[in-house]
Design a protein around this ligand. Structure first.
Ligand SMILES: Nc1ncnc2c1ncn2[C@@H]1O[C@H](COP(=O)(O)OP(=O)(O)OP(=O)(O)O)[C@@H](O)[C@H]1O
Ligand SMILES: [Mg+2]
Length: 403
């Protein structure tokens, strides 16, 4: 993209140098010899970016920055300060004056071009929509306080079911940051993961960054995978998780969370925005106990129990507690029961094909399709998708039969 760039620089040699680099990068240059002249030009013409020296006669770079920021016409133009002063103090002074970036001389031409392009991209990237874009995506969390209950399996199948049902943008977010395996279940390589976001400032994360970080699966699910290394997961805090979920809600219809077995800050950041929470438990005492604890915590946090659903998952074959006993013990109704079905689940792990995709008409496929419908948005449930998806047709047929 060709941009109009104003360079403010008093030294003739530097002028030539900057101009050559910027023009070689495909941009147009206007030159001002000091801050005062720069301000006048910026008032008269439209620029996409200002590059300014700091030490100049008449008006220095800091003052120029400040004045540009004060005038509504120029307040939003990205400013890059370019200077021989290379110490922290002058950098801070520059940022305080309103500069967006700072590069010390001598610089590598490539670095200048890279920084210019980043600033230009930030300018064209919708800054305002970030605040005004509607957060219409529905977040559904899948959770258990105890490991091995089937959270990841259910989250992966649920996300796939939603994508198949509505043919809408669906994200699966692995929040089991230290050892998440959601990508594994969909057989996706860990090329892009949360780690890509670990070293970014939270404020730098936007739709574009996320669209490059989520990997897509043929089912229509886009997954944000857990990092490969623990050190990377430690760099992800609750603010970052909230930010990511907020942005995903503006671009995806459904966001399914594969949550870890704890109440860490990052887990709570996910639970806080979940409109619906599926609590998974296995038919054994320890699992029932941890479910009771989880429900208690939910109550303390004021999560609506109406949107908290229990999923009983038979991860082992026999001799489990009965549904009735569990419901009595918890004083809470179980919404869905998933039968033991080792071959299908094992296949899902080894081949990356969730039952809901591979065998949608199998008992397990039906359960996940129904579950996906159950947590769908109300306005989706009311209408036939156009064109109707195969999953929706199957579901409609089942509903007619059940009536
Ligand atoms: N209904 C089921 N029938 C048989 N096996 C199941 C069932 N549900 C899950 N499993 C198996 O149980 C194991 C644990 O499942 P999963 O990884 O989904 O659970 P999790 O709660 O995410 O566990 P983790 O603690 O590893 O995060 C997997 O090997 C999975 O294939
Ligand atoms: Mg898991």
């Amino acid at each position: 993209m060709e941009a109009r760039i104003l360079i403010i620089e008093d030294d003739p040699v530097s002028q030539k140098l900057h101009q050559k680099v910027i023009e070689a990068a495909g941009h147009q240059v206007a030159m001002a010899e000091d801050g005062l002249q720069g301000l006048m030009l910026a008032k008269e013409q439209d620029f996409d970016l200002v590059i300014s020296d700091v030490m100049m006669p008449n008006m220095n770079g800091y003052e120029t920055c400040q004045r540009l920021r004060e005038n509504p016409k120029t307040a939003q133009i990205p400013i890059l300060l370019l200077t021989a002063l290379n110490n922290l103090e002058s950098k801070i002074k520059g940022f305080e004056a309103g500069a967006d970036d700072y590069l010390s001389k001598p610089y590598e031409p490539d670095e200048l071009v890279a920084r210019v392009n980043v600033l230009l991209r930030r300018k064209t990237a919708p800054v305002e929509p970030r605040r005004t874009l509607e957060k219409t995506g529905k977040v559904v969390g899948v959770f258990s306080l105890r490991g091995g209950a089937g959270v990841t399996s259910i989250a992966a199948n649920l996300a796939t079911g939603l994508a198949q049902l509505w043919n809408k943008e669906t994200a699966l977010v692995d929040l089991a940051l230290t050892a998440g395996q959601a990508a594994l279940m969909l057989n996706l390589p860990l090329r892009n993961t949360w780690a890509d976001l670990a070293h970014m400032d939270t404020g730098e994360i936007d739709q574009e960054v996320l669209s490059q970080t989520l990997r897509s699966h043929p089912s229509g699910v886009h997954i944000l995978s857990a990092p490969r290394r623990v050190e990377e997961s430690e760099l992800i805090d609750a603010a970052k998780v909230s930010r990511v979920l907020e942005i995903l809600q503006t671009s995806y219809d459904y966001i399914v969370l594969d949550l870890p077995h704890n109440f860490a800050e990052t887990t709570l950041a996910g639970l806080d925005v979940a409109e619906e929470i599926l609590v998974v438990l296995a038919p054994e005492l320890a699992s029932v106990r941890s479910t009771a604890m989880a429900l208690e915590v939910f109550e303390t946090l004021n999560y609506s129990l109406d949107s908290t659903h229990l999923i009983l998952n038979w991860v082992f074959e026999r001799q489990g507690l009965s549904k009735a006993d569990i419901e009595a013990g918890l004083n809470y109704a179980i919404d869905t029961t998933i039968p033991f079905s080792s071959d299908k689940f094992v296949r899902a792990i080894n081949f990356g094909s969730p039952p809901v995709l591979e065998a949608p008409e199998s008992p397990l496929g039906v359960i996940f399709e129904d579950l996906a419908f159950q947590v769908s948005k109300d306005d989706h449930k009311k209408q036939r998708p156009e064109p109707p998806t195969d999953a929706w047709k199957r579901l409609a047929k089942r509903m007619r039969k059940r009536r």
